[in-house]
Write a protein that binds this ligand. Structure first.
Ligand code: ZN
Length: 502
């Protein structure tokens, strides 16, 4: 059979798998947003059936045969052609799935399912001893997984590769080093700054309906298309694409705090705009998928922070916000912009500001890397956490619930995931700088509520590329520079000292 025919066969096969995946996506969205609790057991059966069907098709030996035939064909040249990209990525997915024995996968699923439940209890009681044996087992299992998947330098790289293809621990250590050195100084300077934001204004009464109306207005002004998406309330907000032309975002409302709904919506909107901007004609293949978690996060952070917490953005939106919220009527634009940009070390990562957020991530990255390198034991983890936390933030967390037990990730076996959050911030800074160079006076556009030029720029340079390049390659092609912390540090330096009167 000729290569083109083989390719079409494999593509049709993979698109059917993607179709099954999108059905699971609808069920998953419903489960998290609208499903009544008593439907849970049946829903679990539905999802288990689908995931079994997907796994069976994805690991079918014929996929391996088709790939082997195609890898010797002209379709893998040039390497950034649509067929070459798809064949390369399908190979990667096929290898990752077939290299792990079914027993190991089952053991991992069982162990993490139990560990997540135990973690919830351990966190509630701030009792690390309860969680420790489960974490120990998870570390053993991910080590075995890393060995099976293979790596060039060290086991951590095999885990990281799942979330940020091509990235390595050593490269991350280099990229993160300037942040590690310079962020604590900036935080300390801000702590001693002469000016303080009035954050109480964000905790006045903000009626739920007014929040929703304002969030919807912001989302559609930036570019969310209600004909291809929805916004719904949920407990743990997320964004998901269910199909081309169907991207869902979610948010949560607190009447005594404006930030979660507002900045949560803009964050998820950034993820959604990426999904909406992917090339629809490649849906169901890697060319129609996002690059990596880091690039995905760069889109959400850019809209949430670089745009949504900027003064020009609020020069446009603040008068409209004042119409929605009586709580803001006696608050000046400057006071509002300062309040939403407060920098304050705290124990909780998910509530952290733009600057200290990366310190939370560095801490987790360093600890999980030390675990994987056998330089730290699970026994010593809570103390190591407290020490490093104090080094970065200047004080110790009061207990393990606010320390080593605060995140769900490790209980779910997600080691190698945390760095993608900070990579997202770095990439966002690099891409935003380049957009400013290419588009001219971006601030003037934001001030007028013109978001289309930035969005179009992102669609062209990032979204439409699908998985053509790795994250590093993409950033370097767009900006001329490999991933680095320089742009983010420049952005911090331009933004925060003036706010704080430094
Ligand atoms: Zn995100």
């Amino acid at each position: 059979m000729d290569a083109q025919k083989t390719y079409e066969q494999l593509e049709a096969w993979q698109k059917e798998i993607a179709l099954l995946g999108s059905i699971a996506g609808v069920l998953g969205w419903d489960q998290r947003v609208t499903m009544p609790p008593k439907a849970a057991p049946h829903r679990a059966n539905q999802l288990a059936l689908l995931s079994g069907m997907i796994h069976e098709r994805a690991t079918d030996p014929r996929v391996g045969e088709w790939l082997a035939a195609l890898e010797g064909s002209e379709l893998v040249q040039p390497p950034d052609s649509v067929t070459a990209v798809n064949i390369r990525q399908w190979r990667r997915e096929y290898d990752r799935m077939t290299k792990l024995p079914t027993e190991l996968v089952k053991e991992f699923t069982r162990t993490t399912a139990i560990a997540e439940k135990v973690w919830e209890e351990a966190r509630a009681k701030s009792d690390y001893a309860l969680f420790k044996p489960h974490l120990q087992r998870i570390v053993e299992l991910v080590r075995e997984i890393a060995e099976r998947l293979g790596y060039e330098q060290e086991p951590y790289d095999a885990l990281l590769d799942e979330f940020e293809q091509g990235m390595t621990a050593r490269r991350l250590e280099e990229i993160f080093a300037p942040l590690r050195q310079r962020t604590p100084e900036l935080v300390a300077a801000i702590q001693n700054a002469p000016r303080r934001p009035r954050t109480d204004i964000l905790h006045r009464h903000y009626p739920r309906d007014a929040q929703e109306a304002f969030c919807r207005l912001v989302a559609e002004t930036i570019g969310f298309d209600w004909q291809s998406g929805r916004l719904d309330p949920t407990v743990h907000p997320f964004a998901t694409r269910l199909a081309p032309g169907d991207v869902r975002i979610t948010t949560r409302f607190y009447e005594d705090f404006l930030n979660p709904s507002l900045f949560g919506t803009i964050h998820e909107l950034g993820h959604a705009l990426y999904e909406m901007g992917l090339p629809q004609e490649h849906w169901g293949t890697p060319m129609g998928e996002s690059v990596s978690l880091g690039i995905h996060e760069s889109q959400s952070r850019m809209w949430e922070n670089f745009v949504g917490r900027s003064r020009p953005f609020w020069e446009y939106f603040y008068p409209i916000a004042q119409q929605h919220f009586t709580a803001l009527q006696d608050v000046t634009l400057d006071d509002f912009v300062f309040a939403i940009n407060e920098v304050k070390p705290s124990t909780i990562r998910v509530e952290a500001d733009e600057v200290t957020y990366n310190l939370h991530i560095l801490l987790r990255f360093e600890l999980e890397l030390a675990l994987m390198r056998n330089e730290l034991s699970v026994d010593d983890l809570p103390d190591a956490w407290k020490e490093r936390f104090e080094h970065y933030m200047g004080f110790r967390p009061p207990n393990d619930a606010e320390g080593v037990l605060q995140d769900v990730h490790w209980s779910g076996g997600m080691i190698g995931y945390f760095p993608t959050y900070t990579l997202g911030n770095l990439y966002a800074a690099q891409l935003f700088e380049q957009a400013q160079r290419d588009l001219g006076d971006l601030s003037a556009m934001l001030r007028k509520g013109e978001f289309r030029p930035l969005l179009e720029w992102l669609i062209t340079h990032v979204h439409q590329q699908g998985k053509r390049y790795t994250a590093s390659e993409l950033v370097e092609r767009i900006t001329g520079e490999p991933p680095s912390a320089d742009a983010l540090l420049r952005y911090f330096q331009q933004k925060f000292p003036p706010l704080y009167g430094l």
